[in-house]
Write a protein that binds this ligand. Sequence first.
Ligand code: MG
Length: 146
Amino acid sequence: MGIRALLLDLDNTITPWRSRQVPAEIVEWVKRMQAAGIQLCFVSNTRNLGRLQWLSEQLNIPYARGPMKPRRAMLRRALETLDVEPQHAAIVGDQLFTDVWGGNRLGIYTIWVHPMHPREFIGTRVSRQVEKWLLKRLKRYQQDDA
Ligand SMILES: [Mg+2]
């Protein structure tokens, strides 16, 4: 597909929410990506810059800052940091209304993953309900389409 770079959400994609614990299989996956020459950059809505910096150093992954996803500025900055065109990048995240929407607004490929852990921000729990509803409709739509 020509994807050379992945913009990575942090909370519930790479670590549990608000955690500094990166599961061993994620550490392995990061190393495999880096060895394969896939560029990585964090794009997180977290306000905890200290934690983001710490994880960035531990995993050797740069990060971009900016207005919260689904705003596009942080994602654009990540592409600039990695010096990659949108068509060669994908975003990986667990939330439809931040990661996937932001990625789609920028026209980059989106990978929607299951949240790592059920613990999360209270506002996220609300958008999960809407995600669930949309996913049901999407599945029905795909069935009709087949
Ligand atoms: Mg997340």
